[in-house]
Ligand binder design. Structure first.
Ligand code: PLP
Length: 487
């Protein structure tokens, strides 16, 4: 791995991690050998495939090892210095450090390290916005300090008011996340929801359209952020829109937190100075353990702080410890090199597709992800995803705007650069990856199932998978995952 890697600490570090994993696997093996076996196989599989899933990465051994400790056994409901359980002094150290690293890294006034995942972080954020903007003023109006002091009738009135609020978020097919007000998701039921999309011709976010939707709908919450939009967002503009209609701006930076941490997104593209509340996952481009994080202004901090136990189950202290380690890594200068390489590599991948006639949503990228419209190859996303997997290329199918194949079969493949950049891939390797993807897709044909046309069946021309796997192996061998780590 190069300086973009998570484990650039040298040979000693690799050897020590090898010993640690070997010892851990021996212990696991003595109890349930099949789990030890699956663990070894998982590493082997990750080492031998081109991982292009935009939401995945490879955390460092330090981050991974931190999760296997006694903190897993500790209950610690509440917050630092204010727990519902005794003997939380060490958890306090861990949580305080994770929050401190997050505040320093992102320049946020307040950070909450407990959410177990990105979806949990979003739920905490929604709850905190409702508590701050609706419940607290409602209580003050009724002359009460606490909901338990209200009469049944007043409580019902306040509860109805909290359940009657509006949220405006990006639609799923244009790149938003389920939790941004998609009707089947809990967020689409907690709130009256409306969705904004992208320009049907350019595929870019249309701020005028967002502003008119906000003026008409007057949401309490305006959500920005995405899972599959290949462009940057101007958060200063989103804040202007929110302010004009009295909305709270919440930004879900789950996908691009690494680019914010690594100072690739600065100024208007950095959500932290502009949003009231920012949520993220810690495991995608940020390269930490699986988990979530909420950053907030002082106004929303007290409500976010009550995330557990009001929204979340007991904190996963072992994961908070790993978050602290990952955030410490992200504060190192090498992380900036990594983040810039993530953006440069995505650009190279996009250019590689364009020059080989691949149709990209928005025509390219300026973040870490690329969305390829595979209908240009006569395929559904499902067929393309499977053919690529046969050839050792791991991706995920994804809807494109106004997708004719719906959210299950889809018409797109989403590619991300964070994981292979961690392995040390550079722009030339990403161009070669584009070439291999195009080779697979050009050699894939849709096929009929027993009952006629199928959106899932396909045939891959003989020899393609083997040829591409061999070419991928050359790239992978030149950029080994966790070099020096043997199991
Ligand atoms: N928010 C966004 C924008 C995401 O893309 C995702 C996951 O893909 C999430 C939230 C949910 O994260 P998690 O799977 O950790 O709950």
């Amino acid at each position: 791995m190069t300086s973009t890697s998570a484990s650039g600490q040298g040979a000693d570090y690799a050897a020590t991690s090898s010993e640690a994993y070997q010892a851990a696997l021996r212990v696991i093996e003595s109890v349930e050998p099949r789990i030890a076996d699956a663990t070894r196989k998982e590493l082997a599989d990750q080492r031998s495939s081109l991982k292009l899933i935009a939401s995945e990465n490879y955390a460092s051994p330090a981050v991974l090892l931190t999760m296997g400790t006694w903190f897993s056994d500790k209950y610690a409901e509440g917050t630092v210095g204010h727990r519902f359980y005794a003997a939380c002094q060490n958890v306090d150290t861990v949580e305080a450090l994770a929050a401190e690293h997050a505040r320093e890294l992102f320049g946020a006034p307040y950070a909450y390290a407990q959410p177990h995942s990105g979806i949990d972080a979003n739920l905490v954020a929604y709850w905190a916005i409702l508590a701050t903007r609706v419940e607290a003023p409602g209580l003050a109006e009724l002359g009460a300090k606490h909901v338990n002091d209200l009469s049944e009738a007043d409580w019902e009135t306040l509860r109805a008011k909290m359940g009657n609020q509006r949220l405006l978020g990006m639609s799923l097919d244009t790149g938003g996340h389920l939790t941004h007000g998609f009707r089947p998701n809990i967020s689409g039921k907690m709130f009256h929801q409306r969705q904004y999309g992208t320009d049907p011709v350019t595929g870019f976010l249309d701020y005028d359209a967002v502003a008119s939707a906000a003026r008409e709908f007057k949401p309490l919450v305006l959500v920005a952020g995405y899972s599959a939009y290949p462009r940057r967002v101007n958060f200063a503009k989103m804040r202007e829109i929110a302010d004009e209609v009295g909305a709270t701006l919440m930004v879900d930076m789950a996908h691009f937190a690494g680019l914010v941490a690594g100072k690739v997104f600065t100024g208007d593209e950095d959500p932290v100075p502009h949003a009231h509340v920012v949520t993220t996952t810690t495991h995608k481009s940020l390269r930490g353990p699986r988990g979530g994080l909420v950053l907030a202004t002082e106004e929303f901090a007290p409500a976010v702080d009550k995330g557990c136990p009001m929204v979340l189950g007991g904190p996963l202290s072992h994961v908070m410890a790993a978050k602290a380690v990952a955030l410490a890594e992200a504060r190192q200068p090498e992380f900036r090199t990594y983040a810039q390489a993530v953006a440069d590599n995505a650009q190279s991948l996009a250019d590689g597709f364009v020059k080989r006639d691949g149709a990209l949503v928005t025509g390219g990228t300026d973040n870490h992800l690329v969305l390829l419209d595979v209908t240009s190859f006569g395929l559904t996303g499902r067929q393309a995803e499977s053919a690529l997997l046969d050839s050792g290329i791991v991706t995920n199918r994804n809807a494109i705007p106004a997708d004719p194949n719906g959210a299950w079969y889809t018409s797109g493949i989403r590619f991300g650069s964070p994981a292979l950049t961690t392995r040390g891939f550079g722009a030339d390797e990403f161009d070669r990856v584009a070439e291999l993807v195009v080779e697979v897709l050009s050699n894939t044909q849709p096929a009929a199932g027993p009952n006629g046309p199928s959106k899932a069946k396909y045939t891959l021309a003989d020899g393609t998978a083997e040829r591409v796997r061999a070419a991928a192996a050359e790239l992978l061998d030149a950029n080994p995952l966790y070099p020096g780590l043997t199991l």
